[in-house]
Design a protein around this ligand. Sequence first.
Ligand SMILES: [Fe+2]
Ligand SMILES: [Fe+2]
Ligand SMILES: [Fe+2]
Length: 446
Amino acid sequence: MILRGDSMKQKQDLDVSLMDMVMCLSDAMDLISSTVNGHHQRVAYIAGKLAEELKIPKRKREHLILASALHDVGALSLQERLDTLNFELDVSDSLGLSKHAILGYQLIDEFEPFVEIAPLVLYHHVDWEKGAGSEFRGEQIPWESHILHLADRIDVLIKSEAGILGQVDRICAKIVEEAGNKFVPEIVEAFTGLAQKESFWFDITSPARIQLITNEFSRDKICLGLDGLYNLGKLFSQIIDFRSRFTAAHSSGVAASAEALANFIGMSEHKARKLKVAGYLHDLGKLAVPTEILEKPDKLTEAEFNIIKKHTYYTYHTLKRVKGLDEINIWASLHHERLDGEGYPFHYQQEELPLGSRIMAVADVFSAITEDRPYRRGMEKKKVLNILENMVQDGALDEDIVLTLNDNYEAIYCLRKYAQEQETSEYKSFLQDSLADNSQRKAEAK
Ligand SMILES: [Fe+2]
Ligand SMILES: [Fe+2]
Ligand SMILES: [Fe+2]
């Protein structure tokens, strides 16, 4: 069917590539520590090249690259840091499943386009020897997860402080030593072939590797419409928020409040839903903020607040790389700007702040002060409106939007509360399932 007029415009409006979104997420994940900086993308590139050498069909290769770009996503919600990348220490059963791989699987398996990708994440630390012939729930461990495993270990062997070509012999020797044991001999052979080429190593360590990945491996891109983007946005919000039990449902509250405000203000349903996606993504840059700061109930020091200020800057620059996401990015990233130009990080003036960004600013404050946190209850209506009105007087928030909130307070409050209750129960079952699933897997793995 040919779409014309508005519907065609709306469809094109949201032609967002899944690969671009995943690369943007891997970018944000790599902000967590300087040690992991670029890890996900280097692993994605190595895995893509190995898949090419091994003549893996295009679709499976794309799944492998997506899995590689996300593979340590479960480590974000663990107390332990990603700092060492040495997750072998985290292996928790005889098959070699590790906690962060199980958590990563749990998170991404919920998103329909990731159903084939999730098992690759689950098994990315399973040794060839242990995995050979093993089945889990009647299914073989996917072959591609062994490529991901090898790619991950190659990257861990690279020392960022030393020149890359001088390390090739050492890396190859270490990997070959484990062929037939940790790694599949055929995949190791593909690697040693690639390792002869200087360009392979220069590509891995090139700052332009995102472009290399998208140019070389994603020619027939998988595109997301509004519904796909909405579901992926929800997944992103869980990755952002599940790092801390204090704010595990924050983004879903902001998303629900922003959508409700947009509806009451009279935005189209399509725009209101886009604004909800922006709500899910608004704190993406918080992945760069240490959990100790996120969870500090007391007043932040100046140095800590300076770190917090980076989060919207990172949200903006990370989302900026995704084609087709410009409007959502602006709505998401400007939520700490103020009408008087005194917000952060861009100090935009009133006329530079579109309605969507102004709504997001109100939704963010409203959600933050009404939601319950483990160390305090959410505020009562009178106090909430008082704070918001003071912020209007002070030149921070848009008066009309706060009036809309005032006029429809009960309805918006209920939508926000319901969304956060749902999210909190998803968070609790995510943590419980992970533990339960882990012991079940131990019993079921042959
Ligand atoms: Fe890992
Ligand atoms: Fe890794
Ligand atoms: Fe924020």
